[in-house]
Ligand binder design. Structure first.
Ligand code: ZN
Length: 265
């Protein structure tokens, strides 16, 4: 028991380190896409220093770069220039720490499964935040997700029906692809269509639940924001975060939800 708690703490810290990696990656990839980062530090420092202050570009000490703890210790401000650091930094670190522990407990001793589910969750969180911030689902992240889902399928853990998952991937991509063509790219982007390959491959028949949740939450939240006058009808809203939310719900509760709905029919 003590060993289990000890390993869980290590897994939590590992998850938080990956959260820290995701925070860094959001920035680097934005620079790669030539998006002007919100805080605009001098770009020449990006290539030189591994970790730097978002505000003044000062190189960070290792002890100012510990996930969550540094943020708490510095009370959310940078040591060099005292400017506020975003809440999203410790939040993403904490979320990935918790996700890693859950994956570890649920898939106990299936190390292969654990490692690839962790990989998938890191890049789902990355794509979620990146799309939310910049309205882009980076291709490299989607490619990693597709490979991750493919390897899990190929490993055959839990005997996934191979044909069903491949069929779901094709159907899923066609579904969003047709919607993309009908809405002429206004409802969703090509990035969403590419992500659909992963969604189908990863979820199999549960893909239906993912889309149901994505469209429902998208409509509710989009409509709600419009009612509150937070956004205009013409304001584009990224669809990726809703898709990813749908993936999580479908992965955990998809089977139960489908079973439950069948009971009504
Ligand atoms: Zn600074």
């Amino acid at each position: 028991m003590v060993i289990l708690i000890f390993i869980s703490v290590l897994v939590f810290l590992l998850g938080m380190s990956w959260g820290s990696f995701v925070n860094m990656l959001e920035y680097r990839v934005a620079v790669g896409y030539k998006i002007k980062p919100p805080l605009d530090p001098p770009l020449k420092r990006v290539a030189k220093n591994r970790s730097f202050c978002d505000w003044c570009g000062e190189k960070l000490n290792w002890y100012d770069n510990i996930p969550l703890f540094s943020w708490l210790f510095l009370k959310g401000k940078s040591r060099c220039c005292g400017n506020p650091l975003p809440y999203s930094y410790p939040l993403i670190e904490l979320i990935l720490g918790v996700i890693f522990v859950i994956i570890f407990w649920v898939n106990f001793e299936n190390w292969f499964q654990i490692v690839f589910l962790m990989l998938i969750s890191v890049f789902l969180v990355f794509s979620f935040i990146f799309d939310l911030k910049y309205m882009i689902l980076p291709d490299f992240s989607t490619v990693i997700l597709v490979i991750g889902a493919g390897v899990l399928l190929w490993s055959g853990y839990g005997n996934p029906p191979l044909q069903q998952h491949i069929l779901a991937a094709v159907g899923s991509t066609l579904f969003l692809g047709v919607l993309y063509l009908i809405t002429k790219g206004k409802g969703m982007g090509l990035g969403d269509v590419k992500l659909a390959i992963f969604i189908g491959l990863f979820l199999g028949y549960k893909v239906i639940v993912a889309y149901y949740v994505a469209f429902l939450t998208g409509a509710v939240l989009g409509g709600g924001l419009m009612l509150l006058n937070k956004v205009k009808k013409t304001t584009p809203i990224p669809f990726g975060p809703f898709l990813i939310l749908g993936v999580v719900v479908a992965y955990w509760w998809g089977e139960k939800i489908i079973f439950w709905v069948q009971g009504f029919m």
